[in-house]
Design a binder for this molecule. Structure first.
Ligand code: PHE
Ligand code: CO
Length: 293
């Protein structure tokens, strides 16, 4: 577990600010690091067309992320003109309240490092490829952009209400690992999926995981895996529907969640709208390396 103490972080990153951001210093990335980005980009583009949702692919196109690790100044200027969001550099994971505060102000914190060239499929902490390639294209979509800001505000509120664990599950099963139903079939939008080549195929094509219609309370009661492919994915009908479901006061729901069941990641419930019932044929850890979170 990386340190989440600012004084510790300052020893390695003296320039870290009180909001945990650092100057990106884009010029410091080596040619090899830019090459790693392009390799990752190319590998993802081998699987994403026809799997990622149109909104993600459109954002990717608009933001022109193919050439190398993006310079956050130009990226932020472009994104700001589209939805008002910016991307800021951080050393790595940041504390929850710091993360929420950035989102609530339409700033997306991105790790300022890239994974090693010899472990393209494995990262312990989200790097710039996961954070930017995975998350930023959806921030160019107006409804999703609003959802992420609302999530940041909701996070600050949930902290005060002691409901963070429940809210974190919503983030996990939407922002990180969400699927969407389209007239052409299921598509990916979760960042943890679209930045992982193996999980992009697994999430849509493997018979193993459950694919279940999104239900807010159900999701908030469901545990998740951080060390392997998900055992269940939740499917939203549209980004508008997701926003409508979440843009209401969670106070009563949080109170209700203090009682009642917690579900295991792979569990199927009587009330679930099953789009696919998983056969659980995938053995955890049977792929070469854990998927990138
Ligand atoms: N509606 C939530 C609340 O009342 C905030 C929220 C919005 C959370 C969107 C997540 C996503 O706290
Ligand atoms: Co992420």
């Amino acid at each position: 577990m990386p340190s989440l103490d600012l004084a510790d972080i300052r020893r390695a990153h003296p320039a870290v600010r009180d909001d945990w951001t650092i100057p990106q210093e884009w010029g410091h990335f080596s040619a090899a690091e830019h090459e790693t980005w392009r390799t990752l980009y190319r590998r993802m583009m081998g699987v994403l067309p026809g799997r990622a949702c149109d909104e993600f692919l459109a954002g990717l196109e608009k933001l022109k992320l193919a050439d190398g690790i993006p310079d956050f100044e130009t990226l932020s200027a472009d994104l700001k003109a589209i939805t008002g969001w910016q991307v800021v550099a951080v050393p790595g994971l940041v504390p929850d309240d710091v993360f929420f505060e950035h989102l609530a102000n339409r700033r997306f914190p991105a790790g300022n490092f890239i994974r090693a060239a010899d472990s393209l499929d494995y990262i312990e902490e989200p790097d710039v490829f996961h954070d930017v390639f995975g998350h930023v294209p959806m921030l160019a979509h107006p409804v999703f952009a609003d959802y992420m800001e609302a999530y940041g505000k909701g996070g600050l509120r949930a902290e005060g209400l002691g409901a963070l664990d429940h809210l974190a599950r919503l983030y996990w099963y939407t922002v990180e690992f969400g699927l969407i139903e389209t007239p052409e079939g299921l598509r990916l939008y979760g960042s943890g999926i679209v930045s992982s080549r193996a999980e992009s195929v697994h999430a849509l094509e493997s018979p193993s995981p459950n694919r279940i219609g999104f239900d807010l309370e159900r999701v908030m009661r469901t545990k998740y895996r951080i060390d392997d492919f998900q055992e269940s994915y939740f499917v939203i009908p549209s980004f508008e529907a997701l926003f409508a479901e979440t843009y209401k006061d969670f106070g009563a729901l949080y109170a209700k969640l203090e009682h009642g069941p917690t579900h295991e990641a792979g569990e199927v419930l009587a009330g679930d709208r099953m789009l696919h019932r998983g056969d659980r044929s995938y053995r955890p850890h049977s792929h070469a390396a854990p998927p990138a979170a």
